[in-house]
Design a protein around this ligand. Sequence first.
Ligand code: A3P
Length: 273
Amino acid sequence: PRRPRPSHHHPPNGTAQRLPDIVIIGVRKGGTRALIEMLSLHGGVAAAESEVHFFDWESHFQRGLPWYLSQMPYALPGQLTVEKTPAYFTSSKVPPRLRRVNPGAKLLLILRDPTERVLSDYTQVYHNRLLKHKRHRPIEEVLVLKDGGVNLGYKALNRSLYYVHMQNWLRHFPRDSIHVVDGDALIRDPFPEVQRVERFLRLEPQIDAGNFYFNRTKGFYCLRDRGRERCLHDSKGRAHPRVAPDILHKLYRFFHEPNRRFFELVGRTFDWN
Ligand code: A3P
């Protein structure tokens, strides 16, 4: 039940497509869809429908700014526009490109416990492969090498090394242009986390507690938008594979130092394992 897509021949009166004021840069599986949907509850926000992948996909980037603009929502003059592409955060070519085009952008980065994020990432790939009638190797085989060491070659593991990617962003954007959203807190209790985002964006406080209700069947919060209730798609909030405790602890230990470096970079801690 999305809003109707504006017709390109008849954009709504007084609206225009502009560069996004806000970019949700990631992280993949951090809760990016939940965040953009929750932010869209605010009347002062207009969101792009799908993931744009302008700065990270060469075939899109080569089409230039007119194409990027064509992907943006039709917005009223006072509205803030937002696009989300979770892959931006972990692509080193994105920060310089984004700065050149949109140096004043406010960036939102939603992160989760890095181990949890790896399991979520694995689960997503597992399901995508299943759709193509392919199998994914068992989780434990992917995570750990035969000698017992953590498999550093596993891409999902690298995506959870948040400090590595954050360093790249901070070379191109000032710290205060990036707001980190606590994705674990957004799952547990979304409203306070969304209020912090409103404040960061200097939006008038408009979203309220009544916009959220816990749906026991889904096991997650769902949205109440002008009386209409809706949950995120079934692909959001999947069950993760069970992993042996010793392997889980190996991962917690592995992420300990990278997490510490991330906390230092952003001047804030998170209660990750
Ligand atoms: P899981 O499916 O692994 O639980 P993204 O949109 O970036 O792909 O992130 C997906 C994750 O958003 C889900 O990962 C889920 O945990 C999280 N999420 C946060 N709030 C949610 C909500 N209200 N409903 C469903 N999923 C939510």
